[in-house]
Every structure is written in structure tokens, then in C-alpha cells.
Design a protein around this ligand. Sequence first.
Ligand code: PMP
Length: 337
Amino acid sequence: MRISPLVKSFQPYKVLEGDYRIWLDKNENPFDLPPEIKEEIFEELRKTPFNRYPHITSMPLREAIAEFYGVSPENVAVGNGGDELLSYLMRIFDGEYVVTTPPTFGMYYFYAKLDGIPIVEVPLDENFIMNGDKIAEKAEKASLVFITSPNNPTGNTQPREEIIKVLDTGVPVVLDEAYAEFSGESYVDLIDEYDNLIILRTFSKAFSLAGARVGYFLASEEIVDALYRIKSPFSLNALTMVTAKVMLRHYDVVMEKVNYIIKERERIYREFKDYAYPSEANFILMKLNAYEFLLEKGIVVRKLGGRLEGYIRVTVGRREENDELIAALKEFVEGIK
Ligand code: PMP
């Protein structure tokens, strides 16, 4: 048996073993769904036939999302997490390479490598802002450009005028807005104007559904049609589809939690202004080499590398979790003074 060298060049997933109390490492929502919403989901699940395959193009959920945004279901694609959609978007367009703007989300690299697609990097500047002109220079031969706003792991949004410079070249652009609900800023309105724009969203963050695995994108009919020619037919399961549909009816609850998280984010940021970057997401980038220190205290955050070696990314948790994080980080900062 010979495992391909490409496959071997990937690292196995690491599961962090240990007795940790506070998980602030995956940008999850710290709030599970309220019991009454869970009951509503269970009611819907009772009516759902488990023996049948789900709708082959996920139409019931696409219709619900389309209604939420006031667009046509033909402009909506849904997948098993935003990640699955990224893996397909990578393959839809013709070109020599994809463009990324590091430091940014690792899954763009993961799927490009898996598909043998070269990556051209146009790094963000020292304030983590993109350069639309430099990306536009690379656009002609690119199959796709990835822009992330708010960016993971830096937390900042990207300026509308820079995004437009890239869109104006006609190159397909994935504008990854996984964290948009926490920024109050979205570029969804641009889909009316640009048929090369793909707005990627997820139910994993603001909607508290990371465990259900559901993401979607809004784009032109041509792009959505292309996606449904190659997407694994039943990858979005019937249980998830029902769950996401129920959550769309409770946007008020979603936004209540989002507002709580934003308040907490600003509280943490104020405490560590000298080390933290302003964020418009549900996490904060900090120039503090505190990963191991926090782990010792039972708090798990994300350790970063490369250009962000020595930095951590901290997900905003519940108030009492954040209290513990703040206390631990204050102790760490005292120690390095
Ligand atoms: N884009 C970005 C920038 C993300 O951080 C994430 C989640 N980590 C995703 C997309 C995809 O999330 P999911 O697959 O859970 O929908």
C-alpha cells in the first residue's frame, strides 16, 4: 500500500488532550441555543423522515436564506460548513493560481494544496489592510481571489474601496464574511452590482451552530449553478437543514448574543490595549506569547505562527470566562514588564 506523498505532506489533526476549563480557541459562540429553540428544532425533527436522503440541492434551506436576504434561491448555495463551499469554489473557475492575503484563514491554503493549485500571496499591510491595486495586478491570471472581512485571525474589516478595485477587474472574488454579524458591516449589497462576487457566510459563529455544520454563499446564478454541478449531492444533511431554518426565525436571539459578545470584546480590548488589535469579530488578536501560560491555567486559546509568531488569538467567551482570561493575562503581562 502506498499513501500518496501529497497526502503524507498534510499533518494529522491534533486533539488537545487534557483537563481544560475554558475553550477560547475556535471562535465558537459561547452560548448554546436556548432550550425553547432546541424544543422547536426537536419538533421539526420529529416530522423529518430519517430514512430519506435530504433534498439534492438543499432547496428548502436555500429558500429560507433567500427570503432572509430578499434574493432569489438561485443566488444562494449551502454547504456542510463554509469550509465545504470553499473546497468547491477552489475548483470552479479557470486560471493559473488563487490569490490570498495573509495573514488569513488557513483553509484556503489547505484546499489549494489538496487540489495542487498554486497560491500567489499579496500580504496585508502592517495594519492588516489589503492592497486592492496590488491584488488587481495579479487578477488576470488568477482563478479566484480570497478576501476575508472581518479577517481571521486579525479581526479587522477591509475597506470597501479596496474590495471594489479587485471586483472591477472581473476576477471571481470570495469575500469571506464568516464574522460579519459581529462587525455590523457587510458588503452583501455589492452582489447586485458584481456577478463575480461571492459572499461566504456561516451559521457556525453568530448563529451558534458550529456543531451542525452549515455555511452558505450568495452569488450570481451562474456561480451557484456551477457549484451545484460538482457539489457532493447529499452533503448537507436533513437534520442540519431543519436546524438552520429554525434559527433563521430567531435572528433577534442571535443578535442579542452578538451584542453581548461585542460588549465583552470591547471590555477585553480595553484591558489590553497595548497588546491587542481592535477587532470587529468575536475574537481578538494579541501580541502576547501567552499560549502556554494560559494553558497551565486551564484556558485554551489559539497560538499563531509565521508572521504572527508569538501572538495569540483569543475568542470572546462568556463574562465569567472572560473574567478569568483577563485575570490570567494581567498576571502574564505583569511578569513580562
Ligand atoms: N471563513 C473563516 C474566515 C472562518 O474563520 C471560518 C471558521 N473557522 C470559516 C470560513 C468556515 O466556518 P464553517 O466551516 O464552520 O462554516
